[in-house]
Structure formats: structure tokens, C-alpha cells
Design a protein around this ligand. Structure first.
Ligand code: ATP
Ligand code: MG
Ligand code: MG
Ligand code: MG
Length: 455
């Protein structure tokens, strides 16, 4: 059992850990010898690519936990299939998950006949509940030359109340993907796209990487409708409902907002827990966006007072059983979060009036100019995605191309400025003056630059 790595990825090509295998990449690629031949983990994951799905599907969180078992040259396909089936179908009283085997389905790559045979040999899954898919869905590689291989995914059938029959190929809302088994067995010499690559041969050591969504299993086992209603998430929905006076379950759009709030507050908590602070670039910006989207969703539910002081502690209370450090660090985390909300509320106040004017001027089905979007960004700190979202709520579109042009012009100017300054000796006199005045205290958690000063 290997502890979860931080959500912050060590891999420079991704900002966050997006899967359990990320911390094992050196072993999986053979770059480093693995210190063990088998491993399991429950990895904290952040997938911003799913942000638009959150609250609308039953099963996508920006934060989720991925259970996985891994083999580094040890067991292969047969073992992975047997372990997965056994864990899923063994009764709860005997340590398994107790899923009804009659309701499980699998997908297999259409060229991977071996895996079909193994499903039939190792488990009671009948041929009719195995479906074939192409490389878009059932082939794994990193996008670079290196290891690759087929995968086989396991789905749970929620039953006829949730959609048409026909397996995962027909309906992924009724048939919920719970587990992905990846068989790394080939060496790829060239990768042009997800489904277009050249296989050079077999890997000397074959590896297994699997990922099972903890929240998906939890929602199916807890008898609720989606992952936002599980014990680790739902209390935040209840708090959002209490604060707004909106009953969860009464109105679809409000329900989506409450689910977004619960997801984003939890994701923000975990990301701040691992040390990220809101800012304008990279990870920091993603955190900022999550927190601000949560605050915005609460405003759309009718709450304009600060909400994070009400919601964040609720999320911490339910997450601390798994992550006790969240409670230990809650002073730091909550200060960061509350300062971010306060800054955002100020931004909203100054920008919203300007945006409303511009929207009115654009008229129904009109377009907001790139200049307005740029002014909102530049002088009011309105992120472009917020402008896009708020304009869309009024049926108005935004000249995003014009906005981008103005942004790159500004960047050019900044670069030219920096170049002009380069060469002149760095002026450190401001710092030496501070040093002479004695001890300084960092108060940036509560106050932002303009009102921060030496105490
Ligand atoms: P989906 O098709 O539902 O988007 P995926 O194929 O992108 O899922 P994988 O990359 O195969 O997901 O990840 C392994 C497992 O992690 C999935 O089978 C699922 O159980 C879980 N999972 C993936 N993305 C999410 C998410 N955004 N929220 C919750 N669980 C997730
Ligand atoms: Mg996905
Ligand atoms: Mg999938
Ligand atoms: Mg998958």
C-alpha cells in the first residue's frame, strides 16, 4: 500500500495528478527499477478537463480519488482481471464490494481477443456482456513513443430506470464506468494521435495499471443518485441549501449549482491542503477559478454574503477522516480561502456594473467587444471565463478573438518593457530600507498588496 502522492504533480507536463499511475511512471516506463513488484494506492486526483461536466453528469468531479492496483513486471492480464472481479463481486461481509455479478459489463479493444478469453475463463461474465471498442476508448499510451497497450473497462448497470438497454456502448449514464484495467505490453515507436501509432514490439517487462473511481463506487454502494450525494460530499450541498433557502431536488438548474458548489469547495480544500495558493497562473489559477466558480454559483442561488466561511469547514469535517492534515492545517487553508473570496467579492462589485451596462448595450443576441472584455480583465480583474459565463447568461456572446489580440499586445508591451530595463543594475534599496526597520510580519493572508504594509 503506497500513500497518495500530493495532488501537485511532479511531472512537469501536467499541473495535477490525474491518475493513480502518475507517481509510478518511472517504474512503468522502466526509467527506474521499481522498489516493489506490486502496489496499491488511493490517489487524490484533479481533472480540470472535466470541469464542465461537474454537476451535470452523475459521475465527474474536478477532485476525486482513484483506487488502483499496479504490477511492475509481476502479474499481468489474467491476474488483473481476476483481482478486479474478485474484489467487485465478493460479498461485503467477506471484504469485497458485493456488486451483483449479473450487473457488471466489460469493454475490450476489438483486436484484443486474448482479454475476451480471459474474462470468460477467469470470471462468470458471459460473452453477451462484453463489448468491443476501438483505440479511442480502449488503448492506452502517454502520447509519446514508449509503453502502450490495450485496456479493458468495467461498467455497472444501474437498471432500466436509468436508460435504454444495450451496454456501455448504448448509454454511459445507465452503465457507469467504474474501473479501467490497463495492460502495458507494447513498445510504441511513434505516436501521432490517440488512435494512430506504430507498435515496434513487446515490452521486456509487462505492467498493469488500474484505476477505479472511489466516488463512483461509493455512490453506487450508498444507494444515492450521483457522486455529489455521497457521505463525503453531500453535507456541503445541505449547507448550500440551508444558506440559500433553496431545496435540493426542487429545480434542475439550482441542483446543478449546488453540486458544482460542493465539488469545487472540496477540490479547493484538497488543493489548498497540498499547498497551492490562488493566483493568476498555472495551478494557482485553477484553484482561483474553482473557488470563484463556487462563490459565483452561490450568488446565482441568491447568496451574496461570503459563503466559504460557511461551506469550507463543512467539507473539512467530512474529509478529515481520510486526510487528518486538513484539520491540522485548517487555519492556514481557511485564511487563504476567505481572503480569496473577499478579493473576488470586491472584483465582482466593481466589474458587474460595467458588464451589465455592456451587456445591455450589446442587446439581446449581441456581441460584447474584445475591448470591453479586456477592460474587465485589466482594470477589474475579471477573468475572461467569468465574462464569457456572465455574458452567456444574458444570451450575449463575446469577441474572444479580439480579447486575445489585446492580451497578446499587452504581453508584447510588457516584454519590450522588461527588455528595456534589463542591464540596468537591480535596485534593492527598498529591501534594505525594510531590513533596517526591523522584523516584518507577513499579513498577505488577510490583506492583498495594496493595503498590506509593514507592521
Ligand atoms: P469517463 O469516461 O467517465 O470520463 P475516464 O475513462 O476518463 O472516465 P479513466 O481515465 O479510465 O476515466 O480513469 C479511471 C477511473 O477513474 C474511471 O473508470 C472512473 O471510475 C474514475 N474517474 C475518472 N474521471 C473521474 C472524474 N472526473 N470524477 C470521478 N471519477 C472519475
Ligand atoms: Mg473522462
Ligand atoms: Mg471512459
Ligand atoms: Mg476510462
Amino acid at each position: 500500500m503506497v500513500p497518495s502522492a500530493s495532488v501537485i504533480s511532479d511531472d512537469p507536463s501536467i499541473l495535477f495528478n490525474i491518475a493513480g499511475m502518475v507517481q509510478f511512471i518511472p517504474y512503468l516506463t522502466g526509467r527506474e527499477p521499481a522498489p516493489f513488484s506490486r502496489a496499491t494506492s488511493v490517489q487524490k486526483c484533479v481533472r480540470t478537463e472535466d470541469i464542465e461536466e461537474v454537476g451535470k453528469t452523475t459521475r465527474h468531479g474536478t477532485f476525486f480519488q482513484m483506487n488502483g492496483n499496479f504490477s511492475f513486471g509481476d502479474y499481468f492480464k489474467e491476474g488483473a482481471i481476476r483481482f478486479a472481479w474478485t474484489f467487485l463481486t465478493t460479498p461485503e461481509a467477506e471484504g469485497g464490494l458485493g456488486f451483483d455479478p449479473e450487473r457488471l459489463w466489460a469493454t475490450v479493444h476489438h483486436e484484443d481477443a486474448e482479454t475476451v478469453d480471459l474474462w470468460l475463463k477467469e470470471t462468470s461474465l458471459p460473452r453477451e456482456r462484453i463489448q468491443f471498442r476501438g483505440s479511442e476508448d480502449n488503448y492506452w499510451h502517454t502520447g509519446q513513443p514508449g509503453p502502450g497497450g490495450y485496456c479493458s473497462e468495467i461498467y455497472f448497470d444501474r437498471g432500466p430506470a436509468y436508460g435504454a438497454e444495450g451496454g456501455p456502448e448504448a448509454d454511459e449514464d445507465r452503465y457507469i464506468e467504474i474501473w479501467n484495467l490497463v495492460f502495458m505490453e507494447f513498445e510504441l515507436s511513434a505516436v501521432r494521435s490517440k488512435a494512430d501509432f506504430d507498435v515496434a514490439g513487446e515490452l521486456p517487462a509487462k505492467n498493469i495499471d488500474t484505476g477505479m473511481g472511489l466516488e463512483r463506487v461509493a455512490f453506487l454502494k450508498q444507494g444515492v443518485e450521483n457522486m455529489y450525494e455521497i457521505d463525503e460530499v453531500f453535507p456541503v450541498i445541505e449547507a448550500a441549501s440551508r444558506l440559500s433557502g433553496k431545496r435540493y431536488g426542487a429545480n434542475h438548474d439550482d441542483d446543478v449549482r449546488m453540486r458544482v458548489v460542493a465539488d469545487h469547495v472540496r477540490a479547493g480544500l484538497i488543493i489548498m491542503g497540498d499547498g497551492v495558493r490562488p493566483g493568476n497562473e498555472g495551478r494557482d489559477y485553477i484553484l482561483r477559478r474553482l473557488l470563484r466558480r463556487a462563490v459565483r454559483a452561490m450568488r446565482l442561488l441568491g447568496v451574496s454574503e461570503p459563503v466559504l466561511p460557511e461551506l469550507l469547514p463543512v467539507s473539512m469535517e467530512v474529509m478529515k477522516a481520510s486526510y487528518p492534515e486538513l484539520e491540522r492545517d485548517f487555519d492556514r487553508i481557511s485564511r487563504v480561502a476567505y481572503a480569496e473570496e473577499a478579493a473576488f467579492l470586491r472584483t465582482l462589485e466593481s466589474g458587474t456594473a460595467l458588464l451589465a451596462q455592456a451587456v445591455e448595450k450589446a442587446g439581446p443576441a449581441g456581441t460584447l467587444s474584445g475591448e470591453v472584455a479586456f477592460a474587465l480583465h485589466d482594470t477589474h480583474g475579471f477573468p475572461i471565463d467569468l465574462t464569457l459565463e456572465m455574458a452567456a447568461e444574458h444570451g450575449v456572446s463575446v469577441d474572444a478573438e479580439g480579447f486575445r489580440t489585446l492580451m497578446s499586445e499587452q504581453r508584447e508591451r510588457a516584454r519590450a518593457d522588461a527588455k528595456a530595463k534589463k542591464g540596468s543594475a537591480k535596485d534593492l534599496s527598498a529591501f534594505s530600507a525594510l531590513l533596517e526597520r526591523g522584523r516584518t510580519e507577513f499579513i498577505g493572508y488577510d490583506s492583498l498588496s495594496s493595503d498590506a504594509r509593514v507592521r
